[in-house]
Design a protein. Structure first.
Length: 215
């Protein structure tokens, strides 16, 4: 049985598109049950609508509190019979209650090698730190932002002359490969959140969690 995935977006939605494309493969272990946007004018929402995917626009500004907005998102996920949630450029901080409801069943992608460069402007943070490698991380969502158990990471070189823009474009290419791969690991039950870390299934090659740098 394929796992039913709800994708939460706020903007461009390129990671959502990568997940939607991956889920077209007959042997992919997950299907996209709903795309929910916190922003009714998000380009990603229009794309998903054009593709005929089930979509919901919930404008966070229309709700009196974070909890009320999160309750509405939760209700839509339940209505779509979602098993797993994938945050894809979802720019809302979630309430503790929402995070706990989806504990071990919610993933996020962040464009750095966590735990480095959490929060805003991770590409500029990487440039400021003069690191030679950055990348992206798919992790389970916990109450502390960008801190949950790591499912998989891709390393991406930082090149001479990079700006936040050129680095983010290079990392985004890796994100689009890493996220479908990490979601598949979780959907197959091969990567599970346990004891603050991620346990990989006995038959799974540890290399499944690593994407090497490519120039
Ligand atoms: C992606 O680079 C994603 O990693 C980042 O936002 C971008 C969304 O792009 N997420 C975060 O920074 C979360 N802290 P997309 O809408 O095209 O997928």
């Amino acid at each position: 049985m394929k796992k039913r995935v709800g994708i939460l977006i706020s903007g461009r939605g390129s990671n959502m598109m990568a997940l939607v494309e991956a889920a077209q493969a007959p042997d992919y272990p997950a299907e996209i049950a709903v795309v929910i946007s916190s922003n009714p004018t998000a380009p990603g929402l229009a794309w998903a609508q054009q593709r005929g995917l089930p979509t919901v626009a919930l404008h966070h500004k229309a709700y009196p509190s974070r909890e009320a907005f999160d309750d509405a998102v939760h209700a839509e996920l339940v209505k779509a019979r979602v098993d797993l949630v994938a945050l894809a450029g979802f720019m809302r901080i979630q309430s503790g209650a929402f995070v706990r409801r989806w504990a071990g069943r919610q993933l996020n992608i962040h464009p750095s090698l966590l735990p480095l460069f959490k929060g805003l402007h991770p590409h500029q943070q990487a440039l400021d730190a003069r690191v030679k490698l950055s990348g992206c991380t798919v992790h389970f969502v916990t109450e502390e932002m960008d801190s949950g158990p790591i499912v998989a990471q891709a390393a991406v070189p930082v090149l001479e002359g990079d700006t936040a823009d050129t680095l983010s474009k290079r990392i985004l290419v890796a994100e689009h490969k890493l996220y479908p791969h990490a979601l598949a690991l979780v959907a197959r039950g091969q990567a599970t959140a346990e004891g603050g870390g991620v346990t990989l299934g006995a038959t799974e090659d540890p290399a499944a969690q690593l994407f090497s740098p490519q120039l």
